[in-house]
Write a protein that binds this ligand. Structure first.
Ligand SMILES: *Cc1c(COP(=O)(O)O)cnc(C)c1O
Length: 462
């Protein structure tokens, strides 16, 4: 008899799920009400058997699962989870380490130091960078922009952590008109209202226009933060970051990069020209749970100069066991105190795939995205709206009656219903589009071909 039948049950259920995930329907099968009925009920008062709780959870949750770890989920920008990283999460959950400071978990602190070095080397960023292991790119944007806010105000003699923003010199923040909502959301939390941001016009692929940036820079003075983006969430296109960063620096501004998935282009020699000059920025926000295919949640806040990073995030506390200088205080670099050791999964990913394997994953997804575009585009009435430079494909479907947006929405609904694959929608430059993101380690050519066939059948059915 196992001493922990609930752990055995979870293990068996995980294996069963992962072994068939490539074959199951991709979207969820159950309605919200069905899930409420099967999982809910009155507040449990008495105890239940843990193994039975796990068994029932696995069974009843199943119809509400979306097979995002499988090979034909193309929604949003969603990575899968390489099995070794799932195994690492099992161990990590058993260890239940707190990443707040060295004294609480020496191994977590050391793994964060190790992975920080590997990631910056992989991305070609300065080795002096500080890294915070956050929940995702949204909190990475928040962390990096807090460091930016600290530094641009410090240069005017203002200490924002002590004296706040309300009486501070006015800071101008420039973003591209196609900036991700996360950059705006992070800035909002930092006291910069959405309407206060200076939006710099973007081109047809969503890239910030340098001539428009020049015009905007001419019109502003005082402390300045410029936010650029690599990897537009629709088109995959990257801002001309080299030009943006050098112009920002010429103006004494802080240059921040939102690169949730697109920053990984910097690791791949033939894709790196898309983000040339990105290494000269002051901060970078990126994800591991998107293109690196580690489980949620895992983001990285990277800052070239550790001083403003720590000034923005660090908190003095009497009980903080600071230890020796080299003993990492994880909470100096993130907007959290207690925090799970999410670095463990990323550590095992890099250990297992190595640089070669990570580059191969990114290259393969880009190749498969082009394959998807190539399979769809010959069909009459199908238009690919973006240059497929990375892993994103935008598709529009023409309707005989001229209501192309309604047709595209209908095709998306049918594809989701059909279940062979899953793709979502977006409005791109005024048009309804189907958005296909190829971001999963396990997707094969056959998955692309089957999915393209299913999409075209859904269109033909309209
Ligand atoms: C996904 C994404 C974000 C937000 O990342 P989360 O991991 O969801 O927090 C921010 N910026 C860009 C460009 C993204 O694609």
């Amino acid at each position: 008899m196992s001493t922990h039948p609930e752990l055995d049950c979870a293990y068996q259920r995980s294996l069963a799920y992962l072994n068939q995930v490539a074959r199951r329907r991709v979207g969820a099968a159950a309605t919200r009400q069905a899930l409420l009925d099967s999982l809910g009920g009155p507040l449990p008062v008495g105890a239940d058997d843990p193994a039975r709780v796990i068994e029932r959870l696995a069974e009843r949750a199943d119809p509400g699962l979306v097979a995002t770890v499988g090979p034909r989920y193309f929604g949003f920008v969603t990575g899968g989870a390489v099995p070794v990283t799932v195994a690492a999460e099992w161990l990590a959950a058993s260890w239940d380490q707190n990443g707040a400071m060295y004294a609480m978990s020496p191994v977590t602190a050391v793994l964060e130091d190790i992975v920080a070095g590997w990631v910056t080397e992989l991305l070609g960023l300065p080795r002096t960078c500080s890294l915070g292991f956050v929940t995702g790119c949204h909190m990475a944007n928040f962390t990096c922009l807090a460091a930016a806010r600290h530094e641009v105000l410090r240069r005017t003699g203002w200490h924002v952590e002590a004296d706040g923003l309300q009486r501070a010199p006015r800071v101008t923040v420039l973003v591209g008109s196609e900036a991700h909502v996360s950059a705006v959301g992070a800035l909002r939390l930092l006291g910069f209202g959405a309407n206060e941001l200076v939006r710099v016009q973007a081109d047809s692929q969503g890239r910030m226009r340098v001539d428009a940036l020049d015009g905007a820079l001419d019109r502003c003075d005082g402390p300045l933060i410029v936010c650029a983006q690599v990897g537009n969430v629709n088109t995959g296109a990257s801002d001309p970051v080299g030009d943006i960063v050098s112009r920002a620096h010429a103006r004494g501004a802080w240059a921040h990069i939102d690169g949730a998935f697109g920053l990984w282009a910097a690791a791949v020699p033939e894709l790196a020209p898309l983000v040339a000059g990105v290494e000269n920025a002051d901060s970078w926000a990126t994800d591991a749970h998107k293109w690196l295919n580690v489980p949620y949640d895992s983001g990285l806040a990277i800052v070239a100069n550790p001083a403003p990073h720590r000034a923005a995030m660090g908190m003095p506390a009497s009980y903080l066991e600071r230890g020796a200088d080299e003993e990492r205080v994880g909470m100096d670099w993130v907007p959290e105190s207690s925090r799970r050791a999410r670095v463990i999964a990323l550590y095992t990913l890099v250990r297992t795939l190595g640089r070669d394997g990570i580059l191969d994953l990114i290259r393969r997804n880009c190749r498969l995205a082009r394959r998807m575009a190539t399979r769809l585009s010959p069909q009459a009435g199908v238009t690919i709206l973006n240059e497929v430079v990375l892993n994103q494909v935008l598709v529009a479907f023409d309707a005989p009656d001229g209501d192309h947006d309604a047709m595209t929405r209908a095709v998306i609904a049918r594809v989701q219903q059909d279940g062979t694959c899953w793709a979502g929608g977006a409005i791109w430059q005024g048009r309804q589009v189907m958005r296909i993101s190829v971001s999963n380690w396990s997707t094969t050519e056959d998955d692309i071909d089957r999915s393209a066939d299913a999409i075209l059948q859904c269109y033909a059915a309209g």
